[in-house]
Design a protein around this ligand. Structure first.
Ligand code: AMP
Ligand code: GLY
Length: 426
């Protein structure tokens, strides 16, 4: 069997988890990460190219005879990395630029979702701050969500509980331009209430195979308090998403999304991530992402029994089958260890200490903001590590992850983490 050279683009816990899973495939030979992190350096070779440098990435893939490129984050997808690689005859996994508008423009996504009748919060689009504020003043909603149109590193969404807060958010995004040109246009949405779940699905252009439902924990502190972050932990599967609800999500959200795109002449290949609110009226889409979630990927890869490489190949060739995607029974929990101060400013360069006699198995420690320097691993980002456990029950998976953390098997100065990942579902 010919082994394939694989390039993974990105440097987070998601990319470490994808690499860890692909490393176990007998069909994967050389593994490269661009730019990767301290953990991925142990699985393959880190290449010093940033995710925004799509031209350089294509050149590297061509020269290095990369057989398959897997894209982790959204920015290169939205910037058309898939179109560029395809033009150069390179094989790549992810949606093309047009399909990536689902995440790249919240206004585009809001129009799309309305047009194809997919359940969503009521949304209005504005290009002008005064008109937006007038709308807020006259609105019947008390709570609303103000969203910068374009990518803002996950920070462009402001959840407001009053009209005053919404007006302030409009100023921040449209007048002060806190997120730059991403805030030239905004979407204002009614604020929904309920439990949030992440439903990710593999798509091959025609067929879709949903992965296990997972739940992220976006806020920095326990009990969903404090600022929004990239995600402080996740678990899968979600016990309160019943098989019936999963079928409803596939029928009313995933399938109509792919079908709507198709009718607009867009073939979706890659991972479609629907961020859902389970409301009293049923599941509604808060946001689409056009990639795997971080940290949702870490528990999902821990649970995936099947070889990931043939699954990705089938998505690319349009031959995806449900029977290819098998999960272990049981639960996986990922607890993110973050730097003190995150999601605001934080210190980098802290040494990460590991207990000599711990085996990186279960829990597995996925790296995110880390770099290797000689024989030491230093912190280099806000979300540093993701301690990811597996157990037959959710309760035991939670215990396994927290025992590991409490015993300081791996630690760094002033690390902060939530102590309630997964606990709401017990
Ligand atoms: P996003 O960056 O689009 O994932 O949004 C960040 C977070 O904002 C989501 O995970 C939700 O917690 C919250 N959010 C976004 N849209 C809404 C909405 N319409 N109603 C309530 N919460 C929302
Ligand atoms: N965990 C949220 C995201 O990946 O966008």
């Amino acid at each position: 069997m010919k082994q394939l050279s694989v390039l993974i683009i990105g440097s987070g816990g998601r990319e470490h988890a994808l690499g860890w899973k692909l490393r176990s495939s007998p069909r994967v030979g050389k593994l490269y990460f661009a730019p990767g992190n301290g953990g991925t350096a142990k699985l393959g070779e880190n290449i010093d190219i940033r995710v925004e440098q799509i031209e350089e990435l294509a050149r590297f893939a061509k020269k290095g005879r990369i057989d398959l490129t897997v894209v982790g984050p959204e920015a290169p997808l939205v910037n058309g990395i898939v179109d560029l690689f395809q033009k150069r005859g390179l094989t790549i996994f992810g949606p093309n630029r047009r399909a990536s508008q689902l995440e790249g423009s919240k206004a585009w996504a809001a129009n799309f979702i309305k047009k194809w009748n997919i359940p969503h919060p009521e949304s209005f689009i504005f290009n002008n701050a005064d008109k937006a504020k007038k709308f807020v003043k006259e609105s019947k909603w008390s709570g609303m969500v103000v969203k910068a149109d374009a990518l803002a590193q996950g920070k462009g969404v402001i959840v407001c509980v009053s009209k005053a807060e919404a007006e302030y958010a409009i100023d921040e995004i449209m007048v002060k331009k806190t997120f730059g040109d991403a805030g030239n246009r905004i979407v204002i949405q009614e604020k929904l209430t309920g439990e949030e779940v992440s439903v990710l699905a593999l798509c091959d252009g025609k067929n879709i195979v949903p992965l296990l439902p997972s739940q992220d924990h976006k806020r920095i502190y326990d009990d969903d308090k404090g600022a929004n972050t990239g995600g402080m932990g996740a678990y899968a599967p979600v016990p309160f998403v019943s098989p019936k609800l999963q079928r409803e999500i596939t029928k009313t959200i995933l399938k109509p999304t792919i079908a709507g795109l198709k009718k607009e002449g867009i073939e979706y290949k890659g991972v479609l991530y629907a961020g859902l609110m389970l409301t009293k009226e049923g599941p509604k889409v808060l946001e689409y992402n056009v990639r795997m979630g971080d940290p949702e990927t870490q528990p999902l890869m821990m649970l995936l029994k099947s070889d990931l490489l043939p699954i990705i190949n089938s998505c690319i060739t349009g031959t995806l089958k449900k029977s290819q995607v098998r999960f272990k029974q049981g639960y996986s929990v990922c607890v993110v260890l973050a730097a003190d101060g995150y999601p605001s400013s934080y210190e980098k360069g802290q040494e990460i200490h590991a207990d000599n006699n711990y085996s990186n198995n279960n829990p597995f420690v996925f790296h995110a903001g880390t770099t290797q320097k000689g024989n030491t691993i230093l912190t280099s980002g806000g979300r540093v590590l993701g301690v990811t456990s597996y157990a037959p029950t959710l309760k035991n998976a939670i215990k396994k992850a927290y025992d590991f953390i409490n015993e300081k098997k791996v630690s760094f100065n002033n690390m902060q983490y939530r102590t309630d990942i997964g606990k709401k579902a017990l």
